[in-house]
Write a protein that binds this ligand. Structure first.
Ligand code: SF4
Length: 250
């Protein structure tokens, strides 16, 4: 049978693990580790935006297109594919399929062959045909101008909606979060989230609305040219002094 003092000692042992858990954030802060406020401080965000303007004053969408409809199709095809490959495909695709009518009422098996090099060609064929039909039948032949409406098109999620509304219409309805924006936003400590929807919400809170469109293009350009997923070229980066990413190479 346990004595009173033994019972007290056992009780202390049970409660012991709680202490280090409670003290972790304090220790992290004292050790100078990242805090939420550090990355999203308005002055730091403004400095990052200024550096992006300095490096990429003319950043824009790199998908070749001659009108809004072509941009929509190219953006749908760009899922899990490089812009370079999409541009190669659309160079001939848009000659054979010049408008929404041609896509909507084309032959799926023939369209699949054209789209095949961009990957996921069966789904993409369904998407471009479905989106084209809806544009003709529900939107009078015009790509819709609101996020709510554009999201009703087959194959269109917020990323595509933001690319089209921002690039073609100059409408800032959100921030494009592709693989580059996702990676760089985390490296630059502008978000602690990995889910694109949450990252977009985080960015919309800290980036002024009038910068949303350009910021997306600039971050994508930086991700393609300098801040690569593997071995970012930090020595060439004009934001190096503002960046404390764990995988910095300088
Ligand atoms: S310093 Fe390196 S990791 Fe940081 S943004 Fe520049 S290229 Fe990317």
């Amino acid at each position: 049978m346990a004595t009173k003092s033994k019972k007290k000692t056992a009780a202390k042992r049970k409660s012991a693990p709680a202490k280090p858990k409670a003290s972790k954030p304090v220790k992290a802060a004292k050790a100078g580790k990242r805090t939420h406020a550090a990355g999203t401080d308005p002055k730091r965000v403004a400095a990052i935006l200024a550096k992006l303007d300095e490096a990429y004053p003319n950043a824009t969408c790199e998908l070749k297109h001659e009108n809004t409809f072509q941009l929509l199709i190219a953006t749908i095809l760009s899922a899990q594919c490089t812009d370079v490959r999409v541009n190669q495909v659309t160079e001939t695709l848009f000659k054979k399929y010049p408008d929404a009518k041609a896509f909507a009422y084309g032959t799926p098996s023939e369209l699949e062959l054209e789209i095949r090099p961009t990957g996921f060609f069966r789904n993409k064929t369904k998407s471009v045909m479905g989106a084209s039909k809806a544009i003709l039948e529900k939107f009078g032949g015009q790509v819709p101008r609101t996020m709510e409406e554009i999201l009703t098109l087959a194959g269109v999620a917020r990323k595509t909606g933001n690319v089209v509304l921002g690039t073609a219409y100059g409408i800032a309805s959100g921030v494009v979060v592709d693989t580059h924006v996702l990676r760089l936003s985390n490296r630059l400590d502008l978000t602690r989230n990995e889910d694109p929807k949450k990252v977009e919400q985080d960015l919309m809170k800290i980036i002024p609305r009038e910068k949303w469109i350009q910021f997306s293009h600039q971050l994508i350009w930086h991700g393609r040219r300098v801040c690569h997923a593997r071995k970012p070229k930090c020595v060439e980066c004009n934001m190096e002094s503002l960046c404390y990413a764990k995988d910095k190479t300088v």
